[in-house]
Write a protein of this length. Structure first.
Length: 200
């Protein structure tokens, strides 16, 4: 994947933007990412935190919670049809090692290319209003649940996979991703219930 992309209309383009921001820096803050994402900032900031939680970055203490809160806030703004993004200052100021970010992005390289390659306009009822509200609400619920699931192994990552599928579907206008995301969401719910019952 190259780092000269200027579009955020594809999954690869959104991820490339994060590489561009990280290049040549020691640290990258959330505000830097937001400023680079252009007109697709809301969908991009729905996808990036979700993808991040399924990478090794999820091993950073509290990282899944931070991403979950961000996802929930962005999902609500998509639901309200905002054109611009708002995140609290304590999130916008959060910094991440540029080296760790670039490493995580390389981990997602093949996945992003694959999503771009296979996606096409399908099941439009799930990615256009009012059907898109379904995916947005699922993202809000999943993101809001993440901080409470830090102690349940793999649960946040499974929810993040579901959110990533919802977000890819909305970015690429492909309702099949949204449909698959729903089944992953249901599977995550079953795993959470079973694991929580075993642990507690």
């Amino acid at each position: 994947m190259t780092t000269n992309s200027t579009t955020t209309d594809t999954v690869s383009g959104i991820i490339d933007k994060s590489v561009e921001v990280a290049h040549g820096r020691d640290k990258v803050c959330v505000a830097d990412l937001v400023a680079s994402l252009g007109r697709q900032v809301l969908l991009s900031m729905l996808l990036l935190p979700a993808l991040a939680v399924v990478t090794p970055l999820s091993g950073i203490p509290g990282f899944s919670s931070l991403c979950g809160i961000t996802i929930a806030l962005v999902g609500m703004q998509l639901l309200w049809e905002r054109d611009t993004i708002w995140l609290p200052d304590w999130i916008m100021r959060r910094k991440l090692s540029a080296a760790r970010l670039e490493k995580a992005v390389k981990w997602l390289d093949g996945v992003a290319t694959w999503c771009d390659k296979i996606s096409r306009p399908r099941l439009q009822v799930l990615v256009q209003k009012p059907g898109a509200i379904f995916a947005q609400i699922m993202c809000i619920l999943s993101g809001a649940a993440m901080p409470f699931l830090e102690l349940v192994p793999f649960s946040s990552s499974m929810l993040a996979v579901a959110i990533s599928l919802f977000a890819v579907g909305l970015v690429m206008r492909d309702g099949l991703f949204v449909l698959v995301g729903f089944f992953v969401f249901l599977g995550a719910g079953v795993v959470v219930v079973c694991v929580a019952d075993y642990i507690f």
